[in-house]
Write a protein that binds this ligand. Structure first.
Ligand SMILES: *Cc1c(COP(=O)(O)O)cnc(C)c1O
Length: 388
């Protein structure tokens, strides 16, 4: 079986750097908030061009912590896309606020700005005939929007930022899959939102060897609040607590591992563009396959290479038999998840998302994928599609 993401190839390339960085931490012993954490935060901020990066323990905490800083809670509506990893909406619900789902663009799979405006309008008018709303809509006031940069492509902030401003909504960019991506000359994390959340889960484009995350913001005030929230809402010192927070720190060891990985990220993102272009060349020759489209002016971090195809559920086991791993991101719209049944959305809502859920399939994607392995993958797909 080919690897879906080849982390070992990357390790072979930078093993001495990673080992020496880990060794430094073992020697100085500052396992919590050690010097590598500060170094990483500065380098991440420099990379994206933002004033502050606050590292934290996971991408999920990177979503939770800004919501906590903004006092998001019961009675607050937070608009989230239907088609994303569970955590985007889970963190909203965890705080007692209500996720309000917004359908996606069928090409980029990102939140559809037109649908967002409709959902905002429906909530203001308390009228689910305008757009599907959760059962408790009458009790909700709109507070925030969390667009997701799905699979590494920045959401449509050119349209979403003005919508959020017009309606006085806070904007949190879920950039968990997109570190290193760009829109125009600006990096993901610096696209006009109040804050952006990154995940450094091992399989993300920039990943550590465990859990890790970070929040980017240009707000000094939010940065201060996040530093406090990260350590149980601490005040001037450890034993003074001025708000409710979490234990949300990134381990020094994970920061040490991310530093040499960040140093090669540009080259890896460039390699991912080549892999994507090679896939497109092969897949565009297959009549039944729709290869991903990156909108003009955007640079995808290519967290996933996701295609649309007919009879997806028949293709998957045939690929498996041919030794080609695939994944389905995501098999269901969030409104269909059991955990969100209490929101009361009808199954028939969000037709675009449900259609994509039935047809999408992610192929192996990483910077070290060889042309011969891409041939194997595409040949296996071609045979699977022809029922062989
Ligand atoms: C991975 C991911 C998260 C959560 O990140 P963790 O580091 O696993 O907590 C959140 N949102 C999206 C879109 C993700 O892909």
């Amino acid at each position: 079986m080919l690897p879906f993401i080849d982390l070992k190839a990357q390790y072979r390339r930078i093993e001495p750097e990673i080992r020496s960085r880990i060794d430094d931490v073992l020697k100085h012993g500052a396992f919590i908030m050690g010097p590598e954490v500060t170094e990483l935060e500065q380098k991440l901020a420099q990379y994206c061009g933002v004033r502050h990066v606050i590292s934290c323990s996971s991408g999920s905490d990177a979503l939770l912590m800004p919501l906590l800083a903004w006092n998001i809670g019961p009675g607050d509506a937070v608009f989230v896309p239907t088609f994303t990893f569970f955590a985007t909406a889970e963190m909203v619900a965890l705080l007692g606020a209500t996720p309000v789902f917004v359908d996606i663009d069928p090409v980029t799979f990102n939140m559809d700005p037109v649908a967002l405006e409709l959902a905002i309008k429906a909530l203001a008018a308390k009228d689910p005939a305008i757009y599907p709303l959760p059962a408790n809509y009458a009790a909700l006031s709109p507070k925030a929007v969390i667009p997701v940069d799905l699979f590494g492509i920045a959401a449509e902030y050119e349209k979403i930022v003005p919508i959020a401003k017009a309606h006085n909504l806070l904007l949190l960019e879920d950039a968990a899959q997109a570190f290193g991506g760009k829109a125009g000359d600006k990096f993901v994390g610096n696209l006009g939102c109040d804050a952006a959340a990154f995940s450094f889960f091992p399989a993300k484009p920039l990943g550590c060897y465990g859990d890790g995350g970070a929040i980017a913001t240009n707000s000094d005030e939010l940065a201060e609040a996040l530093k406090s929230i990260r350590v149980h809402g601490q005040g001037e010192n450890k034993y003074q607590n001025i708000r409710i927070g979490v234990n949300g720190r990134m381990d020094t060891l994970q920061a040490a591992i991310l530093l040499p990985k960040l140093a090669i990220l540009d080259e890896e993102i460039a390699a991912r563009q080549q892999v994507a272009a090679a896939y497109a060349g092969r897949l565009n020759a297959m009549a039944n396959v729709i290869a991903p489209t990156v909108p003009t002016g955007r640079l995808s971090a290519w967290a996933q290479y996701s295609i649309l195809l007919p009879r997806r559920d028949e293709v998957v086991p045939l690929m498996q038999q041919a030794g080609i791993p695939t994944n389905i991101y995501y098999p269901a719209s969030l409104h269909q998840q059991k955990a969100f049944a209490y929101l009361g959305y009808a199954d028939e809502c969000f037709a675009l998302t449900r259609d994509i859920c039935a047809r999408i399939l992610s192929l192996p994607m990483h910077p070290y994928l060889s042309a011969s392995d891409q041939d194997k993958i595409c040949n296996a797909l071609n045979q699977a599609l022809n029922g062989q």
